[in-house]
Design a protein around this ligand. Structure first.
Ligand code: ZN
Length: 165
């Protein structure tokens, strides 16, 4: 698997961060969850929670599948992970930049690191995350961007509903 790099802003510096092979594998779990949701007629956003070298759980947006407006990909992955004594040694992987709701949950649970597939089709709340000390890494994954672009074009009303536009 090729090693990718992504830019992360640290203060005024832009630093190239190398992703580990495990990061790639955990991120792939989020991508697979998004693809599964798409195959079910749902919104193609997936996420995974990992600790050390273990993917604890993954999940995807369930707005369509379960009629659950709170079940964004990140929320579904956290729900699937069940009770955790601490999140301080975890990383949350998500195919799309986290919205305000998911950002609030990341801050509330003190998840220190978030790896994001892409933020071009939805900007999310990076400023808020970083202001609370969360490390945010963006992969600029072309598959994630293509998946969201075609979904947003094919289902504009559903997309607008999901982000409350
Ligand atoms: Zn969200």
């Amino acid at each position: 698997m090729p090693t990718r790099t992504a830019e992360t802003e640290l203060g005024n510096m832009t630093e190239q961060i190398a992703f580990t092979a495990f990061d790639e594998a955990a991120f792939e779990a989020a991508v697979r969850a998004a693809q599964k949701s798409l195959s079910e007629g749902g919104i193609p956003i997936g996420a995974a929670l990992a600790r050390g070298s273990e993917v604890i759980a993954s999940g995807h947006n369930e707005r369509v599948q379960h009629g659950d407006p709170i079940a964004h990909g990140e929320m579904a992955a956290l729900r699937a992970a069940g009770r955790q004594k601490s999140y301080r040694d975890t990383t949350l992987y998500t195919t799309l930049a986290p919205c305000a709701m998911c950002t609030g949950t990341i801050i509330q649970f003190k998840i220190p690191r978030v790896v994001v597939g892409e933020a071009r089709t939805f900007a999310g709340e990076f400023e808020l995350l970083r202001s609370r000390g969360v490390e945010v890494l963006v992969l600029d994954d072309q598959r994630c961007e293509d998946m969201m672009l075609s979904f947003q074009q094919d289902h504009p009303a559903l997309w607008a509903e999901d982000i409350a536009e």
